[in-house]
Design a protein around this ligand. Structure first.
Ligand code: KIV
Ligand code: ZN
Length: 498
């Protein structure tokens, strides 16, 4: 019988904090439901005091989800805690996650304070949170660089104040696995009452060691791993859920397991990547496009003879179904609905009709529709709610001539047109859109990717547009890359022109 490791998913809080990954409430509910189906124990749904949007998302996720604990982040500030408790009022299993920086860097430079004062504030925050909910998790921010003796004092004090879970974040991704494992062991050996709480790891990947640190922390006694889908998160990201889950599945000798239904991993990975506009690197462990692709002849031969000669995980175990039905223009609505379901998206009624219409249009241009296309179609259907839409686009371009674009926009039902030239078709289209929108805006980043292979493929465009010093992210996908670029530009504009 394995020891149970609780999976705490923070894709919707630490992951969503990344510039460009912001989701609206509807999208967050979609991800939360997929996380519930995946089998996570805790969903960190947001930081309610940080914005009305975050507050609302915690409220709506609390209503939409049944089994997992719903957690809301706060600082060690009474108003944060009050607001978090209010946002959690519909949660069946609410948890407040409060805490404060405990490393000398945080104490001196962030708080201009002393160790004793920080300890007092930590205890005060936990005691205050206990007035609202039973389940209170405490985080010692930058625990990775906190002196172990002082960390143990803080942890012991907050346990006495009623904390049920103690989170030990390696906020800066600094620790070595041996060091992080020793930190967890030090707390187990030196803190009175530690056996009554769950210890959590929360590792960042700045040195590429987030998974190694998490695994070592768990081997040394932590029983909650804080993770994100695809390892998304600030800077180099957080520990990735799929890596931790599959490490313990693959190393049964460690005697630790989770409640995760691993066959849903690939679906949710693609869903999060698509909704958050965060491509997964092809060689990413478990969920990268090449994670199970064998190109060398020796490997292919070995795998054909016996899969285990070169593969430690059966791709089917993480939801890669090589025999899955390929969707084509002849596929029906039911096949599309099923594929969306496998990818964690539930559509029905008019929403499914719209997605199916878009599917048929794409299938006319592209012989086979893959999972990325299906996710794009689901995203396009959400985009139909945008206030500004591309009505038409005509571009003439070639070698030795100026590119000229004429563009039509539909802004809340009103039609506008403009024409402009540029040093290429994308530049011309963007200049024409700028004539209509008349705001100061600058394209800062522009990335075009083909989703698959072949010249008939769909191109994805990621774009960052700066307006009033703030970056806004736009995304689109289209078989015409000039159209995809114009649409991505308009998608970004929709985020600041309300
Ligand atoms: O990395 C970190 O320290 C965090 C805490 C707020 C838990 O995300
Ligand atoms: Zn973090």
């Amino acid at each position: 019988m394995s020891d149970r490791l609780f999976i705490f998913d923070t894709t919707l809080r630490d992951g969503e904090q990344v510039p460009g990954c912001q989701l609206n409430t509807v999208e967050k509910i979609e991800v939360a439901k997929a996380l519930e189906a995946l089998g996570v124990d805790v969903i960190e749904a947001g930081f309610p005091v940080s914005s009305p949007g975050d507050f609302n998302s915690v409220v709506e996720i609390s209503k939409a989800v049944t089994w997992p604990t719903i957690c809301a982040l706060t600082r060690a500030v009474e108003n944060d805690i009050r607001v978090a408790a209010e946002a959690l009022k519909y949660a069946k299993h609410p948890r407040i996650h409060t805490g404060i920086g405990t490393s000398d860097y945080h104490i001196k430079y962030k708080f201009n304070s002393t160790r004793d004062d920080i300890l007092e504030r930590a205890v005060g925050a936990v005691a205050f949170a206990k007035k609202f909910v039973e389940d209170v998790q405490f985080y010692a921010e930058d625990a990775g660089r906190t002196d172990n003796e002082y960390l143990a004092r803080v942890v012991e004090a907050v346990i006495r104040a009623g904390a049920t879970v103690i989170n030990i974040p390696d906020t800066t991704g600094y620790c070595l696995p041996s060091e992080f494992g020793a930190k967890i062991k030090y707390l187990i050996d030196n803190v009175e009452g530690i056996d009554k709480v769950v210890i959590a790891t929360h590792c960042h990947n700045d040195l590429g060691m987030a998974t190694a640190n998490t695994v070592t922390g768990v081997v040394n006694g932590a029983r909650q791993a804080e993770v994100t889908i695809n390892g998304i998160g600030e800077r180099a990201g957080n520990t990735s859920l799929e890596e931790v889950v599959m490490t313990f599945r693959s190393h049964k000798d460690l005697g630790i397991d989770t409640n995760i239904n691993a066959t849903r991993i690939t679906g949710i990975s693609r869903m999060v990547s698509s909704l958050m506009n965060m491509p997964v690197q092809p060689n990413k462990a478990i969920v990268g496009r090449n994670a199970f692709a064998h190109s060398s002849g020796i490997h292919q031969d070995g795998v054909l003879k016996n899969r285990e000669s070169y593969e430690i995980i059966d791709p089917k175990d993480v939801g890669i179904d090589e025999n899955s039905i390929v969707l084509t223009a002849r596929s029906g609505r039911a096949a599309l609905k099923h594929r969306l379901h496998v990818l964690g998206i539930e559509l029905s009624g008019a929403d499914l009709d719209k997605a199916y219409e878009a599917f048929l249009k794409l299938a006319d241009r592209k012989k086979e529709i893959n999972d990325d296309d299906v996710l794009m179609i689901a995203g396009a259907h959400r985009k139909a709610l945008n206030r500004i839409k591309l009505d038409f686009l005509q571009v003439t371009s070639g070698v030795g001539v100026h590119s000229v674009a004429s563009v039509g926009l539909d802004i809340a039902g009103e039609k506008f047109e403009a024409c402009a030239s540029g040093n290429g078709p994308v530049d011309a289209a963007i200049s024409a859109i700028k004539i209509i929108i008349r705001r100061k805006m600058l394209v800062k980043e522009f990335l075009i990717q083909a989703i698959n292979k072949g010249s008939n493929d769909v191109g994805k465009v990621h774009m960052t547009v700066e307006h009033d010093g703030v970056p806004y992210y736009g995304f689109s996908a289209n078989t015409d890359i000039v159209a995809a670029s114009a649409e991505a530009f308009i998608d970004a504009i929709n985020k600041f022109v309300r």
